[in-house]
Write a protein that binds this ligand. Sequence first.
Ligand code: FMN
Length: 344
Amino acid sequence: MSPDETTHASRKLEHLRINLQENVQFRQSNGLERYRFVHQALPEINQNEISLATTFFGKPLRAPILISSMTGGAYEAERINLALATAAQTTGVAMGLGSQRAAIENDALAYTYQVRRVAPDILLFANLGAIQLNYTYTIDECRRAVEMIRADALILHLNAIQEAVQAGGNTNWKGLLQKIEQVCRALDVPVIGKEVGFGISEDAARQLASAGVAALDIAGAGGTSWAAVEAYRAPSSFLRELAEAFWDWGIPTAESLIRARRGAPNLPLIASGGIRDGVQAAQCIALGAGLVGYASPMLRLADRGVEDVIAGIKMVEEQMRTAMFGIGAENLDALKNTKHLEKV
Ligand SMILES: Cc1cc2nc3c(=O)[nH]c(=O)nc-3n(C[C@H](O)[C@H](O)[C@H](O)COP(=O)(O)O)c2cc1C
């Protein structure tokens, strides 16, 4: 491997280690505590008939749950990805792979992302950093990422602050929107614009919608903080202090959902960033999300094995179903249109 290839692979391992061993959660909340379901003492539905079924990009899902993009590019990452994908296939939920840059630079690492052999049917998202389009990547690399894992869509992630607080980060973001637009036009699969935990504003949502993305993952503040991860990785006290100042930077998930909806009224939205149970997931659906993404909690479960991931997903589903029972919403359409979510 060239030094550059080694860097991408070992960086992904370091991300896994820091996320599993350190507390890198935001100190500010995801904002969902500002909303409350108004309990209905007479739900007038049969709990056993509540359905979480939905479709996204035309593919059926048994629940509106996404295992968010996390990893790949290292031997240890393959084990995590296979556990997550097996659980996704068993439960009928969607999954994203982590940034595929390591395998774009070194083909021999592609196997660490290739999960179709255990998950032939799931809605599966490829992943690349959008900023790579300003640093040598073209539509070709985007196509390769999709083909490498037989993905249904490509996520282009936006991580400006993470790049800015790390050593040697890519910080020339001039003209990027136009390149995203070219990718959206050229690819045969839909493109999703995604943050990594700092949230999407109304203006950013409008810009991405105008570039032709098919959906947005708002990945708001309140869960995993990438400034915190970079603070732990910082090679100097200067960079650590810089990163620490941005630990709590970003738009809380609940607020970002509302802002993104205003900026892109017609795009499907994915909510992620600090979602930690099924009641919060139900709140996100009621606030306009079509899918709800979990990253850090799924990583912890996958580290323990497939059965734990399956149990974790089933718990989220049961919590969602119970919240829906409590407001008399029989399916996701009813939840989306409920009048029983109030700001407190
Ligand atoms: C270990 C780890 C690695 C991640 N790697 C990526 C990545 O490669 N690409 C990406 O778009 N997001 C990545 N994310 C961000 C997540 O997809 C998600 O948007 C964010 O962590 C917020 O969710 P959470 O609070 O549930 O962790 C990563 C998150 C974790 C925890």
